[in-house]
Design a binder for this molecule. Structure first.
Ligand code: 5GP
Length: 183
């Protein structure tokens, strides 16, 4: 597919089957760890938009303890492939006293997750966990304690399965590495 000014190729990284297998394992681990959760105070999944929306939808359907879902919007890339370091978080959430699990697509430098957790902690959740589909430890600049990781990936630019480049490629069922060459 060609985008304005660039020619992009996607090199396959993780297949749809592998993704779904791993998500089932993650859902099982989460369901075990939150086994004492009750319907009166269900687990709250806070999904980081937009990239984690497909992952969260599949993950939620593998979780067997009572859970609810809410969303926050965070964006650090805009239309480029380098993290800008500027993270905008807009949300209006009821978190106090809830067991919260943040659901993210990729943890890269860790800046986004550090800012999200710092904000959520001020709202006094009963507990705060972090679940990410992808972890890029080689890119880390800010420490993050991740509770559930789908896959550890190299420090490359990844698209597919909800994860975009300038809003493209979210619809791909698998994950791949985007190679951009000047046209
Ligand atoms: P961080 O703040 O950890 O550097 O960046 C996290 C956010 O940057 C992720 O939520 C994701 O939206 C975006 N991001 C990081 N790596 C990639 C990547 O390889 N591809 C895409 N499309 N977004 C990424």
């Amino acid at each position: 597919m060609s985008l304005e000014g660039t020619f992009n190729t996607i090199v396959p990284l993780i297949s749809a089957d592998e993704i779904h297998r791993r998500i089932k394992e993650m859902g099982k681990a989460i369901s075990n760890d939150y086994g004492t959760i009750t319907p009166e105070n269900p687990l709250l999944l806070i999904v980081v938009l937009k990239g984690a929306f497909i992952f969260a939808a599949d993950l939620m359907r593998t979780i067997t303890v009572p859970c609810t879902v809410d969303f926050i919007f965070a964006s650090s890339y805009g239309s480029g492939t380098q993290s800008s370091g500027n993270v905008a978080i807009r949300h209006k959430l009821i978190v106090t006293g809830r067991s919260v699990l943040i659901v993210e697509d990729i943890i890269d430098t860790g800046l986004t997750m550090q800012q999200i957790t710092a904000e959520l902690i001020t709202m006094k959740p009963a507990s705060l966990g972090i679940c990410t589909l992808l972890d890029k430890p080689d890119a880390r600049k800010h420490h993050v304690d991740i509770d559930y990781t789908g896959f550890i990936v190299p420090n490359t630019f990844i698209v597919g399965y909800g994860i975009d480049y300038d809003e493209h490629y979210r619809e791909l069922p698998s994950l791949g590495v985007l190679n951009s060459d000047p046209a």
